[in-house]
Design a binder for this molecule. Structure first.
Ligand SMILES: NC(=O)c1ccc[n+]([C@@H]2O[C@H](COP(=O)([O-])OP(=O)(O)OC[C@H]3O[C@@H](n4cnc5c(N)ncnc54)[C@H](OP(=O)(O)O)[C@@H]3O)[C@@H](O)[C@H]2O)c1
Length: 328
């Protein structure tokens, strides 16, 4: 089968489109013909081996070279074959998953415990946009943020991959949404349900004098000390992401928010989607929201499989309007 194999840490030029053996599913795995995948910052952090601090961490990207050779954590596709002990799925089923690796390939072998049936009203491309970004939005708002109906949430980075899901999920949870984005994306976030928009090129949300119950900080544009000014005294700050750096960022900014906790009245928490587990259950929740018409993936660009390096180059610039997806 064709796959993009990462030679060594570096730019998208390190990804070789090459022939590799088709994976053979273990007893509890299924073989999926990948219909589509999508690009996440997670993929290019692994590709570049950055921030460097991640090379030193247990469960990190790999010290001397990339631990993962076939990247791609989002996947939607059709089951080709199932292992002996697989009871939940059959060949022909359409599924999606948040994978540890392997989505940038024609086939991937996946444990059945990670797979969820694909929403019936989505294409492969739309479904592949969902796992990493939408699970992160769901965990940040519902679990870490404990967002309740009638509360007010401020979402930074609202026009990006996670943000476009977050605006819709916050509305589905019954909250009032203020979205922080740049001028060209104001209409997009309003169309997704944001009642108010703060244009970050003209206004600073930390100096508006308005206070929210929850701040879902996807963009990480301000230090947490400044951001908490936009929270009620009993509000919750949820660190999700921030500008990437070579040595420490965005991890350092997120942990700095946690370190502030003893000094402020607000709850300071962070979202860690990969380590949170239970992705299958979260996908089932998202499937319900999607099939009910409450959440619809926003696709910025769709690239063919051979153009995965170009898709990563675009996503890495940090200005996608929704998700960047790949048709396999
Ligand atoms: N904690 C976790 O478990 C977890 C999981 C997945 C991802 N992440 C992190 O979450 C972050 C976002 O991921 P993503 O996939 O949503 O990225 P993305 O698709 O590139 O979106 C980033 C968005 O941020 C906006 N933005 C940039 N500067 C901003 C500012 N000053 N104020 C408000 N918005 C601004 C951009 O909009 P403009 O074009 O208007 O600038 C863009 O829409 C990354 O740091 C990623 O590493 C964390």
């Amino acid at each position: 089968m064709k796959a993009f194999v990462l030679r060594s840490y570096g730019s998208p030029d390190q990804l070789d489109l090459t022939d590799v053996d088709e994976p053979v599913p273990a007893d509890d795995e299924v073989l999926v013909r990948v219909g589509a995948t999508s690009i996440n910052p997670y993929d290019w952090h692994f590709m570049r081996g950055q921030p460097y601090v991640a090379r030193l961490m247990a469960g990190g990207v790999g010290l001397r070279g990339p631990k993962i050779r076939i990247l791609g954590c989002d996947m939607a596709g059709q089951i080709e074959a199932v292992g002996q002990s697989v009871t939940e799925f059959s060949p022909g089923d359409q599924v999606y998953a948040l994978l540890p690796q392997g989505g940038f390939a024609e086939y991937v072998s996946v444990q059945q415990s990670l797979l969820a049936p694909m929403p019936k009203n989505l294409s492969y491309e739309q479904a592949a946009a969902v796992p990493m970004a939408a699970i992160t939005a769901l965990l940040g708002l519902r679990d870490q943020g404990r967002l309740r109906p009638g509360q007010k949430v401020l979402i930074t980075g609202a026009s990006g991959g996670i943000g476009t899901f977050a605006v819709q999920i916050a509305r589905a949870l019954g909250a009032g949404v203020t979205a922080v984005c740049s001028t060209p994306n104001a209409e997009l976030v309003r169309s997704l349900g944001a009642g108010e928009v703060i244009d970050y090129t003209a206004q600073d949300f930390t100096r508006q004098g308005r206070r929210y119950d929850v701040l879902l900080d996807i963009a990480g544009s301000h230090r947490a000390q400044a951001s908490v000014r936009a929270l009620k005294t009993n509000g919750t700050f949820v660190a999700v992401g921030g500008p990437a750096g070579r040595w420490l960022q965005p991890a350092a900014r997120m942990f700095a928010a946690l370190a502030l906790a003893p000094l402020v009245s607000q709850r300071m928490v962070l979202t860690d989607t990969v380590r949170s587990g239970e992705h299958k259950r979260h996908l089932a929740t998202l499937t319900e929201l999607i099939e009910d018409g409450k959440v619809t993936p926003v696709i910025d660009r769709n690239y063919p499989f051979a153009d995965i390096p170009a898709a990563i180059r675009y996503q890495e610039q940090g200005h996608a309007r929704g998700k960047v997806v790949i048709t396999t």
